[in-house]
Design a protein around this ligand. Structure first.
Ligand SMILES: Nc1ncnc2c1ncn2[C@@H]1O[C@H](COP(=O)(O)OP(=O)(O)O)[C@@H](O)[C@H]1O
Ligand SMILES: [Mg+2]
Length: 291
């Protein structure tokens, strides 16, 4: 497993077209809140490179899920512009896959049939699903094997552990080969060992398939282990206040989490979160801008 192209290319933000671009984006959830200048997120300026893995950390209610909704086009900004893959976002995007804290597999479908579900629903797969079912099923089975679920393809969700269900739900998010994977606290409900196993599975899928990842997490170690860039958000106002590039070399093995470089990064992020919790996001932001 060699370096990911985003590391190899070493392009600067200005000379590569960003894959995701937010320009001064603000969102109020409704007209009333807009009139009252109550924004769920505000002043988001963001460039994400093609293939970049970003993590977002921040307190509950700071706007992480709102950011995800904006990125997938489920919500339109009240102010500002969003472009993804060179196109302005005007409605729900098909180029993304999503997974959440709860795996939400359908109990009456086997694992492989759960993974196939998006292809039965989303065009261009939907209209040719019956015709291509064999090929799609082979793809789903390959993906399940890749995440260590060989032998569980034809079992039902209740026959799988929580970690296995979450693996299946990541396969479901990737079955249509999206350019972007959005993960909203996907490993939050798992025990520490299972969580670290899933970090490695996600790392390997990403290294191989080179999609963009936006990972929302409460786990600072998780963000440092997986991401190229960690963003810290503040609450009230819901803003991106810290951008921290994670320069740990890749490929990263779990051993890196016991090194000083790793713990220093985690502690630095912890410091920013602490500053935000004490109500001084500006101070946290300044600490990073001066880096
Ligand atoms: N559908 C909604 N209508 C009105 N306000 C909302 C809605 N969804 C979220 N909010 C508000 O937007 C802010 C950000 O919420 P959210 O993005 O869910 O935060 P997080 O995911 O970081 O916990 C919160 O103040 C929340 O109450
Ligand atoms: Mg949320």
């Amino acid at each position: 497993m060699n370096a990911h192209p985003t590391q190899a290319a070493q392009t600067t933000e200005s000379d590569a077209r960003p894959f995701v671009e937010f320009r001064d984006v603000w969102l109020a959830y409704n007209e009333e809140l807009l009139q009252a200048n109550q924004f769920a997120v505000e002043a988001i300026d963001l460039h994400i490179r093609q293939g970049e893995f970003i993590a977002i950390v921040g307190p509950s209610g700071c706007g992480k899920s709102t950011f995800m909704k904006l990125t997938t086009g489920l919500k339109m900004p009240s102010i500002g512009r969003i472009r993804i893959d060179g196109q302005p976002v005007t409605g729900p995007l098909k180029i993304s896959g999503m997974a959440f804290q709860s795996p939400s597999l359908l109990p009456w479908r086997t694992t492989v049939d759960n993974v196939l579900l998006p292809l039965e629903i989303v065009e261009p797969y939907r209209s040719s699903f019956k015709k291509n079912r064999k090929e799609y099923e082979a793809r789903a089975r390959r993906l399940l094997q890749k995440v260590g679920l060989a032998g569980y393809e034809d079992k039902y969700p209740w026959e799988l552990s929580g970690g296995m269900q979450q693996r299946a739900s990541i396969c479901r998010a990737l079955i249509h080969e999206p350019k972007m994977l959005l993960l909203d606290e996907p490993f939050g409900a798992l025990d520490a060992f299972t969580r670290e196993e899933l970090w490695c599975i996600l790392r390997d899928l990403w290294t191989e398939q080179q999609f963009n990842v936006i990972l929302v997490t409460h786990d600072l170690r998780e963000s440092v282990f997986l991401a190229d860039t960690v963003y810290v958000m503040s609450k009230s106002p819901g803003r991106f206040v810290v951008k921290r590039e994670i320069d740990l070399p890749r490929p990263r093995e779990l051993e890196v989490t016991y090194t000083k470089d790793f713990t220093d990064l985690v502690l630095e992020l912890r410091g920013h979160i602490g500053a935000i919790r004490q109500g001084s996001p500006a101070a946290a932001g300044q600490a990073v801008i001066s880096q």
